[in-house]
Write a new protein. Sequence first.
Lengths: 369, 398, 369
Amino acid sequence: MKLIEEGKISGSQFMWLLVTIVLPTAVLFIPALTIKYSGTSAWISGGVFTTIWAFIIVWVASTLGERFPGMTLVDYSSLILGKFPGKLVGAFYIFVLVLTVAIVVREFGEFLVSSFMQQTPIFVFNFLLIALAASAVRNGIEVIARMNHFVVSLMFFALIFIFTLVFSEADFKNLYPIFEGGILPIFRGFFTPMGWAGELFLIFILMPYLNNYREAKYAGYKAALMLGVIMSIDIVIALAVFGQQAADYVFPVHTLATYISIAGFLERVEAFILALWVAGITMKVSIWYYCAVIVAARTFNLQDYKPVVLPLGVICLTWSITIFDNITQLVEHFDIAWIGFSLTFEFIVPALLLLIAVLRKKRGAEKGR
Amino acid sequence: MVSKRVVIIIALILVFFLPGCWSRTEVETLAIVTNIGIDTVEQDGHVKFLLTANIIRPPLAGGGTQGGGSGAGKPVYWRVASLGDTLSDAERNLNLRIPRRIFYGHLRFVVINEKVARKGLADIIDYLHRNMRIRPRVLLLLTPEKAFDTLIRQAELEPDLARMIDEMDRMALSRSSKAFIDDLAHTTGQLTASGIDPLVAGITPIESPPTEPEGKPVKVIRINRGGAFRVDKFVGWLDSDEVRGYLLGIGKAQSGPFSITLKPHSHKDVNIMMTRATGKIKVDTDGDEVTAVIEISAEGDLSEFHTTEEIATDEGMKILGQKFSDAIKTEVMKAVKKSKELKSDIFGFGAALHRDNPAEWKRFEKHWYEVLPRIKVTVKVTAYVRRTGMTAEPFKPE
Amino acid sequence: MKLIEEGKISGSQFMWLLVTVVLPTAVLFIPALTIKEAGASAWISGGVVATFWGILVVWIASTLGERFPGMTLVDYSGQIIGKFGGKMIGAYYIFVLVHGIAVITRQFGEFLVTAFMPETPIIVFHIFLIALAASAVRNGVEVIARMNHFVVSLMFFSVLFIFSLVFGEWNFNNLLPILEEGIGPVIKGAFIPMSWRGQTVLLLIFMPYLNNYREARPAAYKAVVMLGIILAAEIIICLAVFGQLAANYVFPAHALASYISVGGFIERVEAFILALWVAGITMKVSIWYYSATVLMARTLNLQDYKPLVLPLGVIMLTWSMTLFDNIRQLVEWFNESGPAFFMSWEVVLPVLLLIMAVLRKKGGVKSGK
């Protein structure tokens, strides 16, 4: 069974990759979206429910992966469903991954244009981001994983920095009443972060590159928990500082950063959020891009994945520009269409694959590593 | 292998990009705005916005950085205004007069004319929030005169109004707790949340007698009141004592003098300097009645004593503490009374009810401003006088 | 007989310890309290009467200690009045010492808040003081004694400095008439300085750590006389400079220091009084704290006293915050319940122990050391 790429990563690198898959965009968009629906209980939808959901996704994806150690998605889909349907699954995931890359790239561009550089065309940011990610993808999974280690620490530092510095402005009275409108608004607010948490399904694409495939499930749970904690803190702080009004900001965390003022001189630290954002998103796009490329290579039975990088990049770039007319459409898309769509590729397809594999008693050969 | 030649060619091309960034903005091309004022003006039957800006005056060519030492240097800022159908329109219309890009990155405060505020603050707040350069920490102030006139008043000790208001907010007001300048984020929060209304600091324009020998009278401002809002509309003023009552109630008061009467005289004979205070509001319902309890705890030191009896005893301190808490109570009740009169829920009784009892809040929410004047408010104060300053007993003239 | 700690101190170190046991707080509070009662004759109460009292206390305590060389208070109390009785005496002294430290800490905090940093919450000073003292206590009696040597010289220097620099303002007419109202007010005014001077009874606790227990008595007499001279000088100078007015000040010594103006350039030397106060009180608290800790370890029959340092510190800290509502309550406590309270452990208990020991013929044996 060929893996297309020979890179291998460790369990902890795997975990941090999973964190980066979700965090950079989630930390900016989730608070406003969840607070809009769940109000003061947003941290329950964004933190608690989402973490539970992430655990389910991790369980499904890694159980599926563990049945077929060392095999790629396309290979075992063919084993489970037959050769042609397997290719179809591959094609579906290429579409999904490329689409997601396009959306993430657009989010990145929108943020930079509306918060920092109003007069620069969004195309410039999208282009630079995809070029950077393409170079990372060509270097393979090991380079991405190592680079990610560095970037994750940068992100954590920036987040902790912002959260601690606005802490003096936090008024925890804003978190009451809890469960105001009963459980329904909480569920409604949970749908959006659900799509984000579900991004952990990438486990089953990245699993074959793990040194020891048994570490995947454990690392996935850890990543899910970590994400849950960070998102809860993110939402709680945004609520405590701004109250319900946080829902009116497009990027509450950015507004938090602009709100920092310690003793009249520690001010204007938005650059930290910019660092978090640019570095984090570049990593996030690289990982998704990489997944798209290797799935494509395997679907088309290529010997090498590198020739696919450039064409896919061009598609992503064009798509990222044309996919939305304006930022409101982007935000609305997360509200409505995304929920059903993300549920399909994050949960339903992997779950069906797993179910059929169990029913048809298919499993991969237990290999040495 | 990329050949050396290609690398050299790329490096040479890159050299052309070294001189600077694309669409960079040099500081000489910016008009840095430190404060803006907002008025409305009627013109040809249309209401237009008058946007006034204080812009930092660029150092003149060849001039020293300090503007030439003592005395009659020009002020460091410059006032300019323009009309527009909307605030953004007015902002860009400034550029019909100023050859520089209007830059809001250093905006410190926004003065809003009282009459404009009576019509509603929401439009202005929207403009301020939507702009990427304006920070949520920008301070808001109300002025009874035209904001256009306020922005040319003297800052006296500080070089400009922006720094003066900044220092007032950071230091001066916490010394007396008699006024309080809130920022854009908090005001918007109170505007959008149900059951709480904003209180925006108010300016009183005054003409002071000459401040230097053979000088002329100077026009200055004093920040000594607060404008109460109902939803987003200005409804009336609180004077400085009422503002302190309000700050005590919501727990934002810090330090400040309380003059009290110990003996039944006609004048105040003791002063307690409050050193710290906390306040908490609890609201409950009983049928159709709403009751609110404001709990305040405060600490203070004896800072002035005009009578001669012995006070430096535990007993004396307890009596002073009692008087001190009575004084606090009176002030808070005054502010509550004003809030009811104006039907402006500045204390956030509604929000407190919402927090503690969402179901009950649903019942009252619709007609809250009718309920507000009927709320039974009790103020519970525990105040201690801890210290007597550097002396204990008063000096006895003999 | 176990001593819990192996440290040994010399006769002169012992003397300076006893000076520090009394001086730092006395120098700030005694003048105002004494002048209030005794007026122009206050120096007789604070200097003469209290010194005789101090000599009496030292005589009793050292006679008691000499009967049981090398033994701790708890041990010989146990021999004199039975094991249980001994433990009770130990418990009482622990209570007294911990209470005393709470009071001293509060005095320290009140002084700093009133005279130097009115906006800092008082608990900040308490925490620093007790934490510093706790670290000294953990280092044992030798370290405390050596440190004390340094601090005492600092104290003496600043006291001399302040006293001598106000010389231009001395007006000895303020000291007349002597004994205006007879001896009554003088005795009344002596109660507070007497209770302060009696704190030298702590020699009972430090005697076992002395190299040669016979040095205790002369060292203690020297300490008491030295204290008498310093306090008499201080009261005289306060009176000479401020007259009866001195009683109105909360901290006359601080008022003296801020009154200094020599040649228009030696001014604003309150920092000296601050140095005296902070360094001195830290030593005073350390010594008391140490006494409380070793006494408790001996009462509870522990092998080591160090585990007790932290819990006792927490008790002291809490107590120091809750003991008094305001500064006048603190001062009144010294006036009203203070004298009786101090008398009980400074004189009454040692006298009773001594009488019982003599009657029951306990102790007085030459031990090996």
